[in-house]
Design a binder for this molecule. Sequence first.
Ligand code: FES
Ligand SMILES: [Fe+2]
Length: 340
Amino acid sequence: MSDTLVKSSPETLPADWYWSEDAWQIERREIWAKHWFLIARTQQFDVAGDYVSATFAGYPIFAIKGKDGLVRAFHNACRHRASPLVQECAGHVERLSCPYHRWLYDFEGRLRGAPTMEIDKEEYGLFPIRCEIWRGLVFVSLDLAAMPLSGWLADIATAALRYPLEEMQLAREFTIEADVNWKTYGDNYAEAWHIPTIHPGLNAAIDMASYKIATVGHTLQSHMADARDGGKTDGFWVWRLPGLFFNMYNWGMNVAQLEPLGPRRMKLTYRYFVKDLDPTKQAERDALIDWAYMVAKEDIDICIAVQRNLETGIYERGRLSSVHENGVIQFQEMVASAHR
Ligand code: FES
Ligand SMILES: [Fe+2]
């Protein structure tokens, strides 16, 4: 194969990276553990003891509001014999007491009680992780040396300036889980070539001739398209790699976080925000969100089908079009650099 051809139509990532445990271990350590992850909205933390938990890069974690009003995040693992401390996705505790043998922690993660043991409690606080807030959204990072969230989000912050997120209202929040490697989803998000084939409704709404994808290093990808005359929506989609998506429309926005759950499974959390929750526009709003959900589901369905084929062993590597798949090329280069 000549270099020119490789350059103009690079090979895809190897299929086994989409299901092997080895690839997942590299990516959780070298990609996911080094970035920020959207875990919750600040409104989910009303009073001290309110918490939200998640599995991030294979690590069970939780964030909890302290008596001082700050939200902090920790690994969800007791320092006695490693039981999870909180069990639900979200909830409230009066005391942070381990359900296994009742070690007791305060909301700042300090060990306060270890029945029958005389140990130095200062040495057995919960393992902290980074937790920062941006425009009403709570992010965590496993990397204690990670760049501040504001720097990590710098490009997206500029792109999203005209969307007043703090003033917008949450209209709907839901999750989708699927037997799909997170990169199968990423590859799909990174190109619009499939819109006419997979999304007839979206294709009828936006003007595909205006569709553009711009990439920034290994960090950001933005897609934009105008509405067709009389079309349902325009679109401005910004992806902060590896897994945070700001999908902005003339009627509102959807902030989505991708969460890999292992080599063959992923979860997406969608949060739809609108400019106002006027009850007289409820039906119109529901119809738009239902419609956006249908488009999201079309993506998931094709990803599930692709994932099955990636796992059969018949397909090893394909080729990418530098005309239509510049976003896929950027995304796969980011992944490949983590494997080097
Ligand atoms: S594991 Fe938490 S108290 Fe034993
Ligand atoms: Fe799509």
